[in-house]
Design a protein around this ligand. Structure first.
Ligand SMILES: Cc1cc2nc3c(=O)[nH]c(=O)nc-3n(C[C@H](O)[C@H](O)[C@H](O)COP(=O)(O)OP(=O)(O)OC[C@H]3O[C@@H](n4cnc5c(N)ncnc54)[C@H](O)[C@@H]3O)c2cc1C
Length: 368
């Protein structure tokens, strides 16, 4: 029976584990956190991710977890002048604690073995055959070395990048809210000076607010994320209106915001998925969809290989990932730059309003 170890049980790791386990592979998933766990994310799943769930026969089940169905995006630049556009296909608002736990449960039900809370701490000789993977049990603080012919890295960060290459100078922050009076079928984007954020409904009448902010702003606020939020609030009147009377029902979470193109320097016998392979500006809400689709493509290719490693698999995957990420990466970066510049947003907003077919075409082009 072919076997592989998967590091990380986010959407990328769980989807890869699920597909390979269903195909009869002997899969071990290693996850450092106990679930359910929260995560910095806008929590909007794009049509790309929903289509993966559909092909795996999971769509109705995730639908039963009661995600908010999101049909449109409203952009509120800091100077007013809002702009709204229909999404070509709906997105789902669902908390990461709920979605990630469900996907991991499905991988385990399909037969994957789970080591949790365990941490991956590196590999021995990278071209040795098989790989020697070093894992630590975080409860017993015990080290285990396992030998595996394949290693799948889905740890959500660029583990193998050279220092300083992958993280941007921005920080992602998020928290959950109740008592928001706003549209229940829309993602609202708020532009600020040098920052932007999104507000979207999720299950159980809760709302997710997630922002991309300069790390310097968080530093100036002494790391007080509520203070950072209040600075953003002061910058955007539409956002003030939306949060008037709202109640924060969770702590602020923060994490570095990675942004890098598809990596091509994969170690031997190793496959990178999701945010380990490439990281996109979060404004488009495509990160989870890309994680799931990259996992699906890689798992299918591994199954086709019948478990026999061939360096051409990595080359072909990198090529497929480039076509998956490249255009979205450009479109989302442009969106992020416009949303966080009041001047550009002031120019773009009326132009987009009067050229709807072009705005719609851009969304299609960006894979929405
Ligand atoms: C502010 C912000 C807003 C965002 N909004 C959206 C959005 O609305 N929609 C969207 O689709 N995407 C959004 N994203 C992006 C999305 O969160 C990521 O693209 C997505 O989580 C990537 O999935 P993944 O499976 O690759 O990695 P992750 O979800 O990061 O999962 C990686 C897992 O690996 C585990 N792990 C890490 N290191 C180890 C280790 N050494 N050993 C064991 N386990 C390990 C982690 O605990 C984690 O569970 C946003 C991101 C940010 C920062």
């Amino acid at each position: 029976m072919p076997e592989a170890v998967i590091i990380g049980a986010g959407p990328a790791g769980s989807i890869a584990g699920l597909i390979l386990a269903r195909a009869g592979w002997n899969i071990t998933i290693v996850e450092q956190h106990r679930f359910p766990r929260d995560k910095v994310c806008g929590e909007c799943l794009s049509a790309l991710g929903i289509s993966v769930l559909e092909r795996l026969g999971l769509c109705d089940h995730v639908g039963a977890l009661e995600p908010a169905i999101l049909h449109r995006v409203c952009l509120h630049p800091s100077n007013g002048n809002p702009f709204q556009i229909e999404l070509p296909k709906p997105m789902w608002g669902i908390s990461r604690s709920r979605l990630d736990r469900y996907l991991l449960d499905q991988a385990v039900l399909a037969g994957a073995r789970l080591l949790q809370p365990w941490r991956y701490e590196g590999i021995g000789e990278s071209d040795s055959q098989p790989l020697r993977v070093k894992l630590r049990n975080l409860e017993a603080n015990e080290i285990r070395l396992i030998e595996m012919p394949w290693l799948i890295i889905a740890d959500g960060k660029s583990t193998f990048s050279r220092r300083g290459r992958s993280s941007s100078a921005d920080l992602g922050i998020k928290s959950h809210w109740s008592r928001i009076v706003g549209p229940c079928d829309a993602i609202e984007l708020f532009g600020c000076h040098g920052a932007y954020g999104g507000l979207a409904p999720i299950e159980n009448d809760r709302w997710n607010a997630a922002f991309s902010v300069p790390t310097a702003m968080a530093r100036e606020s002494g790391g007080d994320l509520q203070q950072v939020f209040e600075r953003l609030l002061a910058d955007n009147p539409a956002m003030q209106l939306r949060f008037a009377g709202a109640r924060r029902i969770g702590d602020w979470l923060a994490s570095p915001l990675p942004r890098f193109a598809v990596r091509r320097d994969w170690p031997a016998r190793t496959i990178l998925l999701g945010n380990a392979a490439a990281a996109i500006e979060p404004i488009g809400g495509e990160g989870m969809g890309l994680a799931m689709r990259s996992a699906e493509i890689a798992a299918q290719m591994m199954i086709y290989s019948k478990g026999v490693w061939n360096p051409r698999i990595a080359v072909e995957l990198q090529r497929r990932f480039m076509s998956l990420w490249q255009v979205r990466q450009l479109a989302c970066r442009a969106g992020g730059v416009v949303a966080s510049s009041p001047t550009l947003a002031r120019i773009a907003s009326p132009w987009l309003r009067h050229n709807r077919p072009i705005a719609q075409a851009v969304l299609n082009w960006a894979g929405k």
